[in-house]
Design a protein around this ligand. Structure first.
Ligand code: SAM
Length: 376
């Protein structure tokens, strides 16, 4: 199965399923490399000059760019293909997960027996936040939390294979690129900080949590998420990969951990999938959970620094059921961190250090913004 590293929990496609999955991966790669750049050319050669002629100035913001670009047939074509590729991606992965689900559930049960390195604590009474139930986030049917059978972990299995295809393998064979980037960033910038207890918020399948467990084998590592199926999968996946992580089903806005439980709180692309009212509560919870001198690092999606790139980055908000990503990009995130009472609030850029991560996935990413805050 292409370059994604197999492990006991990864759904194994049959011949035809794999052919479809590889088609979607190539299709998305083709759209990104050969079709999407044409939208920039349409903007530079047609939209921007016409706007300038009509108004005597360039477009002021992403909304003005959007109003013009949406009328362009080339943009409409790319956008329709991009949306179709996302739907095909889930369709192609869901076939495999549906067919192999009973075996996956059985394997997960076996991995939990004996002497697991980590643990799993679910809370069936947890209320799933509205920002998860309102839409199927990034078009994943049922998103992270929906369950259809006992011990359901389908959402996790779908995410593991889906995310890999979504980014054309750029997340790396273990789907752990974001975790490795943040670990590297922490080791470069904050190597003197304690790491006895680490919390990963919005951990989903634990793909970004495992690099923390590997980098700090003596630490007690926790991962929380609101979705039970992703956490069942995360626990089994971590055990299959010999990582000791304690997973629990909790809302990052209000957890049941005692005050000052953690030295370090991290998250990887979680904040932009929460709401504007949730974010201040998550930062307040980080402050409560951190020990004095503790640090929080939330790795996030790029924000865009000119009207055209900001417009393109919002594509997912309008077309891929990521409504909160636009809100996130427009929020005064650092102001919210300060309001929560955390010190030295700032954005930093965590570079993709190819020497350290030892893999270069075609230079797809230069770096990711990280929301930093410290407990005085
Ligand atoms: C895009 S996924 C990222 C998963 C993983 N961290 C990664 O690096 O691939 C965002 C995750 O955040 C979780 N999440 C969103 N809001 C949350 C909240 N309030 N509390 C806990 N988890 C949350 C979602 O359920 C989802 O699994």
């Amino acid at each position: 199965m292409d370059a994604q590293t197999r492990h006991a929990m990864l759904p194994e496609p049959n011949h035809d399923e794999e052919a479809r999955q590889m088609f979607v991966k190539s299709f998305r790669g083709h759209l990104a490399a050969n079709v999407a750049p044409g939208t920039r050319r349409v903007y530079n050669k047609v939209v921007a000059p016409e706007f300038q002629r009509a108004k005597g100035r360039p477009p002021a913001d992403k909304y003005e760019v959007r109003a013009e670009m949406e009328r362009q047939p080339y943009y409409q074509f790319w956008s329709a293909m991009q949306r179709a590729s996302q739907e095909l991606m889930w369709d192609s992965v869901i076939d495999t997960v549906e067919r192999t689900l009973p075996e996956l559930i059985e394997t997960a049960a076996k991995l939990d027996k004996g002497n697991p390195r980590g643990s799993l604590r679910l809370d069936p009474s947890l209320e799933i936040p509205k920002y998860h139930t309102a839409v199927d986030i990034h078009l994943q049917p049922g998103a992270y939390h929906s369950e259809f059978t006992d011990g359901d972990l389908a959402a996790g299995a779908i995410y593991d294979r889906g995310v890999y295809i979504y980014l054309g393998g750029a997340t790396g064979p273990e789907n752990d690129l974001l975790g490795r980037i943040l670990v590297n960033f922490f080791q470069e910038e904050f190597s003197d900080r304690p790491t006895a207890r680490i919390l990963d918020m919005g951990c989903a399948i634990g793909n970004s949590t495992i690099p923390w467990a590997k980098a700090f084998p003596d630490a007690e590592i926790h991962g929380i998420d609101v979705g039970a199926p992703v956490l069942r999968y995360a626990h089994a996946r971590a055990e299959a990969n010999e990582a000791g992580i304690h997973f629990s089903q909790q809302n990052a806005e209000h957890t049941d951990f005692p005050d000052e439980s953690f030295d370090l709180i991290v998250s990887h692309i979680m904040l932009h999938e929460t709401s504007h009212s949730a974010m201040p509560r998550i930062f307040a919870e980080c402050k409560r959970l951190l020990r004095p001198g503790g640090l929080m690092l939330h790795l996030e999606i790029p924000r865009g620094n000119d009207p055209y790139s900001s417009f393109m980055m919002d594509w997912e908000a309008y077309n891929n059921n990521e409504p909160f990503s636009r809100q996130f990009r427009e929020s005064d995130v650092i102001g919210l961190v300060e309001k929560a009472g955390l010190a030295k609030a700032r954005f930093e850029l965590a570079p993709v250090n190819f020497d350290k991560t030892q893999r270069n996935y075609g230079g797809a990413f230069a770096g990711f913004p990280v929301v930093v805050g410290e407990k005085a």
